[in-house]
Structures are given as structure tokens and as C-alpha cells.
Design a protein around this ligand. Sequence first.
Ligand SMILES: [Zn+2]
Length: 272
Amino acid sequence: MDMIERELMLLIFSVLLFSCNNAKPPPEPSARTVALIERSKALKIRGKKVEQSMLRKKDSIVLLIGGSGSSSESTVDVENTIEKEIAVNTIDEGFVNIEEISGEFVLDMKYATSDNFLKEKVYSCAKCYIRKEVATALVKANNDLLAQGYRIKLFDCYRPHSVQKKMWKIFPNPGYVADPKGGSIHNKGAAVDITLVRSAGGGVDMGTDFDHFGKEAHHSYNGHSKTIRSHRKLLRGTMEKHGFKTIRTEWWHYNFKGNRGYRISDFKWNCD
Ligand SMILES: [Zn+2]
């Protein structure tokens, strides 16, 4: 190797060494870019979750009404199917007239009069129909109360879906009336609106009237007297013992625990 060759080799070697030492790593993304990438990933995951939850809900609606559960149906189709299902579901599916199984209740069916918050009569006659299982539990609760000098007065029981629509038309406020699209447990014949009366006759102070839509009607309201609170406690304790559940805002409303098995119905009772 002569001098020139050696120098040339040295030059190539030093160029290579220099370029290796100075090889720059890819530029680091800025903190803002990293944050944006992370956010976009999170949004993607969230979007996927929302989509899955919507599909699950849609499937459960279809299952509830006995459909195929195909998630390719549009929401409009599902709603139409519900409407159709309700429209044909007009027969007596295990409903009983409470008066036929017990004479120990007081009936004061508010929606068969205009003495209600709608100021309109929406039932053609005053009857209390509910599912047989619900009626059996209600009779047991009433028997417990009778032994203590009280009985149940009924304000509302099963409410046909077409009446729910009527009520929604008069008062389309979800705070007061359940949207007929989802329906109410009353439409399934598994909810009752009730109060206590003395078994020998005479009212019991529950703090507010039926369908009083204010905080005074809430179970958590503690501004009432000890007597009122004890009346509510008696009703609640007895109903819970027999399989009913409260809702937060209405002391008079009780859902039967097993209501998920029942369909929304438009069965109409006979007024003759
Ligand atoms: Zn109710």
C-alpha cells in the first residue's frame, strides 16, 4: 500500500467514523404531538365502546320483543317492530282484576277521573288490573298492613300503552310522564301507585298528594314530621318485604322486582 492509498483509506475511515458519531436519531415528537396522538387513541377506543354498547342495547330491545337480534337493522326498524309488537299484544296475558282476588283494597283510580295532574280522564273506567304474580304480592302486603290497622288505597295499576301515548301527548315531559317509546313499568302491569288509609276508614298523611312532583315527594326528603315519615316507612318496609322496589322521586310508586320478564302491553280491560 503506498502513501496515497494509505491516506485515502484513512480519509474514508475518518469520514465513516464522523458520520457514525453524528448520525442523528429521528426527531423526538413534541409533548403536544404526543398528547394529540394519545387523545386520538382514547377517542377511538371510546367511540368503539359507545358503538358496542349501542349495538348491545339494540340487540336487547330486539330480544325483548322476540326478534332476530340482527344488528344490521336500523333504529327506525327496531322502533317500528316495537310498535307492531305492542299493537298485536292486546290480549290478556296473565292480568288479573285485583277486585276479583281481594275485596280488601280501596280503589281511587285517579286517571279514570279528571282529578289528576293531566286534568283529563284518560281511562274509560276505574279498574285495577295487574299481573297475577304482582297481585299476589300486593295482597300479602295488604294483609300485613291490615293486621296493623291500615290498608292499601290504589291510585293506578296497569296502564295500557295506548294510554301512555295519550298521556305523553297531553304532557310530553319525561320528568312527569314516561316516554311511550321506552314505556313505563305500569305498561307492563308490574307497577302500582298506592297510599295508606286506616283499615276502619280515614286518610293517612303521607306528606304530599299523589302525583306531587316536587322534592317533598322524594323518599330522601327529611322535612316532614315524624308521623309522616313513619307512615312512609311503614308502606315502604311492607312493600319491600313483598318484592317491590321504590323509585327515588315518588313515595306512591312501587315497581315489582320481577318486572323484566313482562312485556309492554296494550291489553284493554272491559268496562261493561
Ligand atoms: Zn307510578
